[in-house]
Unconditional design. Structure first.
Length: 363
């Protein structure tokens, strides 16, 4: 089987099976760029409402470049990997200042933007400008390794290099096809990703529905479930945090995460990582907050994961009788009503929502 033989049947399959995604109705490189950044490490169904809200409020490069940081990170709140949002704005400012507000049309110019790597650059250039630039993401890597019968991990450099080489050959072949309507680099690259997302899935792939089933080496060798090889996952680490929602006279105390740290620019409630599994929240509050007389009430426990860390955040509502002096904690007292519009980290947003619902009698 010559690998180029997959192009035409794949394009025909995509024409009849492509999902109706909002960013597929445009060739605006800005809109496509935003969608590709949001889709990194995030499922399509999660991204759709975020992308729609973003495009409504920040519809172009100029509006993103001029937006204040709180607006940007509030729109991103809940998507995680928040450096992506900051890089989007950095790149928008560079496009405004160095490219006259026009999105670069060549791969080198796109790759020069903050937060844009080889995959994202190829996706933007092919989808927005129909340029024959290759892409290899997790879906494409899975499709190609199964088609070619590559049993090693796609993360191994020799395999990675080969996959990019094959992807390059395929997309460049696409734009030389005899029928003009098939010379579509945008459709081919999206078709590869779509096949991996809908049919050639990591587990229980729908081989019977695959337009390339007769060309698939892994299927012929009955190795679909073992190709591609999975990279070894790093061991997970459990961490315990105790946080305090300090409420006093319809105000709450919040802190902003400093630049250079994870989730920089987002707000959260005072919290500490504790290694003592038996430590009581009241004892921690006495040591770190010095609230004096205060009422402590458990609010909620939130389990969340960040890369290899499995975190448990125990949130406590602390209601001091007098306004506490929290000079050692850099933060602000804000009205409770402001919590809804404040950009909070994901776990603390859940805690804030629980607190607001409880205060409003909805729980």
């Amino acid at each position: 089987m010559h690998i180029r033989s997959i192009v035409v049947p794949l394009l025909k399959w995509f024409a009849g099976n492509a999902r109706d995604l909002p960013w597929r109705w445009t060739r605006d490189p800005y809109a496509i760029w935003v969608s590709e950044i949001m889709l990194q490490q995030t499922q399509v169904k999660t991204v759709i409402p975020y992308w729609q809200r973003w495009m409504k409020q920040l519809p172009d490069i100029a509006s993103l470049a001029a937006a204040d940081e709180d607006t940007v990170i509030k729109l991103w709140e809940g998507l995680g990997y928040y450096s992506r949002a900051r890089n989007l704005q950095k790149a928008a400012k560079r496009i405004r200042d160095e490219f006259g507000g026009r999105f670069p049309r060549d791969l080198a110019g796109v790759l020069a933007l903050p937060g844009v790597g080889r995959y994202t650059g190829g996706a933007i250039c092919s989808i927005a400008f129909n340029q024959p630039e290759p892409i290899v993401d997790g879906n494409v890597a899975r499709v190609l390794t199964r088609l070619l019968g590559i049993e090693q991990s796609p993360k191994d450099k020799p395999v990675t290099d080969r996959l990019w080489s094959v992807a390059d050959e395929l997309v460049k072949h696409t734009v030389t096809l005899q029928k003009p309507r098939q010379r579509n680099a945008s459709a081919f690259n999206q078709a590869m990703m779509e096949l991996g997302a809908l049919v050639c899935t990591p587990r229980n792939p729908l081989c019977g529905d695959c337009p390339l089933k007769g060309r698939c080496t892994a299927r012929k060798q009955n190795k679909v479930e073992t190709i591609p090889a999975l990279a070894k996952r790093a061991a997970t680490t459990n961490r315990r945090f105790i946080g305090f929602l300090i409420a006093w006279r319809r105000k709450v105390f919040v802190q902003r995460r400093p630049s250079g740290e994870v989730n920089a620019g987002f707000w959260e409630f005072p919290n500490w990582q504790v290694n003592d599994a038996e430590l009581k929240p009241a004892a921690l509050a006495k040591r770190e907050l010095k609230l004096g007389q205060a009422k402590f009430q458990p609010l909620c426990n939130i389990n969340h994961s960040i890369t290899r860390y499995r975190n448990r955040l125990e949130m406590i509502v602390a209601e001091p009788k007098r306004k506490p002096r929290l000079a050692k904690l850099k933060g602000e007292w804000l009205p409770v009503a402001k919590l809804a519009e404040l950009p909070l980290t994901a776990a603390h947003r859940k805690a804030a929502t629980r607190f607001l619902n409880t205060a409003n009698g909805r729980e």
